[in-house]
Design a protein around this ligand. Structure first.
Ligand SMILES: *[C@@H]1O[C@H](CO)[C@@H](O)[C@H](O)[C@H]1NC(C)=O
Ligand SMILES: *[C@@H]1O[C@H](CO)[C@@H](O)[C@H](O)[C@H]1NC(C)=O
Length: 251
C-alpha cells in the first residue's frame, strides 16, 4: 500500500461532503480480480500480466457514485518486464450483449489524472466483441486517451524504430485519432490513439464503432460483450491514477 492513512482519510472527508447519500469508505483492495460493484459498474483489480514484472503491486478503491457518475482510483508500482502490460485496473458497465447494429449510443465522459514516477502506461477504453452473444472475443476495440512514457499499441507492422505503423487517421468526438490494427492471439485489435492527451473526454463511443464498421471491416453483426475503461501500466513507481468522474450509458 502506497497510500498514507492521511491521504485516504482526507479524500474520504471531501467525498463525504460532496456525496452525502452514497459514499464509500473502505480500505483499498489489492488482490487479483478483487472487485467492487456499485450501480451499473464493476471495478476490477485485473492483474493479468503481473507475472512479467520482477516486482510490484497494485490496489484500487471506489470513491463514490453520484447518479451515473463514478469516481475511483488505483495505485501501483511495477518494475521489470519492459514493454509488457502488467495489469488493467478498470471499470466495466453492465450491459446486454447485442449486435453493434442495435446499439444507438454509448455516451461517456471520463476525467482523470496521473501522478507518479517514470510512468509507462496507457489510459484507455477497452471493448470486446464476438459473432455471438456468448462467444469468445473476436475483436478488441481500444480508445487510448493517453499513451504515457512511450507506451504503444498492438500493430501488424512496426517501423525500424519499433513504433507501430498506423492504418488511418480520423476525427471523432472532437479529437483527432491515429488508428492501429494488429493481432492479440485470435483477436483483431483496433486501437485509436488520441493525437494529444485527453484528460477530460466526453463523447459517444458508438462513433468509433460506426467508423470501424463503415471503413475498417468491423462486422456490425458482432455483439458487444464488454466495455471497460481504465489504465494499462507497463512500468513506473508510486503511480496514482485518479478518476474523478466516469460514466458510460449504452442505449
Ligand atoms: C485535427 O486535425 C485537423 C487537420 O490536421 C486540424 O485542422 C484540427 O485542428 C485538428 N483538431 C484538433 C481538435 O486537434
Ligand atoms: C470536463 O468537461 C465537462 C463537459 O465537457 C465540463 O463540464 C467539466 O467541467 C470538465 N471538467 C474538467 C475537470 O475540466
Amino acid at each position: 500500500m502506497r497510500f498514507s492513512t492521511a491521504v485516504l482519510t482526507g479524500s474520504s472527508i471531501v467525498l463525504a461532503a460532496a456525496l452525502p447519500t452514497n459514499t464509500f469508505k473502505r480500505a483499498d483492495s489489492c488482490g487479483q480480480w478483487d472487485t467492487v460493484e456499485t450501480g451499473s459498474y464493476t471495478v476490477y483489480n485485473n492483474l493479468w500480466g503481473q507475472s512479467s514484472a520482477t516486482s510490484g503491486s497494485q490496489c484500487f478503491g471506489v470513491d463514490g457514485l453520484s447518479g451515473d457518475t463514478l469516481s475511483w482510483h488505483t495505485s501501483w508500482s511495477w518494475e521489470g518486464g519492459e514493454g509488457q502490460v502488467k495489469s488493467y485496473p478498470n471499470v466495466v458497465v453492465s450491459l446486454d450483449s447485442k449486435p453493434l447494429s442495435e446499439i444507438t449510443s454509448m455516451q461517456s465522459s471520463w476525467s482523470w489524472s496521473y501522478d507518479g514516477s517514470n510512468i509507462v502506461a496507457d489510459v484507455a477504453y477497452d471493448m470486446f466483441t464476438s459473432s455471438t452473444a456468448g462467444g469468445s472475443n473476436e475483436y478488441e476495440i481500444m480508445i487510448w486517451l493517453a499513451a504515457l512514457g512511450g507506451a504503444g499499441p498492438i500493430s501488424s507492422t512496426y517501423g525500424a524504430d519499433g513504433s507501430a505503423t498506423p492504418i488511418a487517421t480520423v476525427a471523432l468526438a472532437g479529437t483527432n485519432w491515429t488508428l492501429y490494427k494488429g493481432p492479440n492471439g485470435d483477436m483483431t485489435v483496433f486501437s485509436f490513439l488520441a493525437d494529444s492527451e485527453v484528460t477530460n473526454f466526453s463523447g459517444d463511443l458508438k462513433e468509433f464503432i460506426d467508423y470501424l464498421a463503415s471503413n475498417q471491416g468491423l462486422p456490425s453483426s458482432q455483439h458487444l460483450l464488454s466495455a471497460g475503461a481504465g489504465t494499462e501500466p507497463f512500468s513506473g513507481s508510486d503511480a496514482v491514477f485518479t478518476v474523478s468522474a466516469y460514466s458510460l450509458t449504452i442505449e
